[in-house]
Design a protein around this ligand. Sequence first.
Ligand code: BEZ
Length: 241
Amino acid sequence: MNTTETIKEEQTFTMPRIGDKAPEFKAVTTQGGINYPSDYKGKWSILFSHPADFTPVCTSEFMTFAHLEEKFEKANCSLIGLSIDGLYSHIAWLRTIKDKIEFNGMKNIEVKFPLIEDISMEVAKKYGMIQPGESKTQAVRAVFFVDPNEIVRAIIYYPLSLGRNFDELYRALIAMQTADKFNVATPADWNPGDDVIVSPAGSCGVAEERMSSTEGLDCKDWFFCTKKLDKDLVLDSILKK
Ligand code: BEZ
């Protein structure tokens, strides 16, 4: 492989990591041009890819995302889709979805969030959405959660054949916002109203205090302390009215 081929090959595998600034790009979308992530500064965003327009799993996902868009917006989060298709394919597909497709009790669904055309694969390559072992021409189902400071906070990947779990995407968004707001961590399967994890003791003194504290902490051991966090307090502080 010569140097140019090596660089091209490496670009295919480039992907941002959790904690990185979200890579910048300009794109054409079904809602006009966007500059990402700067257009979304001050908001959370979910940038996600799908393999192709006019495919059934992708259609079911788009209908579900569109149906939930208002719920995500209430949590200060915008949605942005992408596939390696052209703008006119995107437009035709979204029109077909609205006019003809029924899924899970949803019909007449209008996709109002932007869908990026990425026929050049520029964005897909920047975000590691092409996983050549799975497909060299279609993006896998990647999900990037980017916070109001333009930092990548979580990344979830699914293969081509597996439709995403939208309860989990929403749960992850709310859990990260809760962790930021209340300076806590969230345990396995956490949902608002469940107990949260208090950050680990960083010294022997704090470990001792934790074990003898009666201030609302439930410590099973010095490193495993939880506390109650009221569901309404969480949701009132995160969701727009
Ligand atoms: C689908 O969206 O149905 C699909 C796309 C690519 C491969 C397999 C399924």
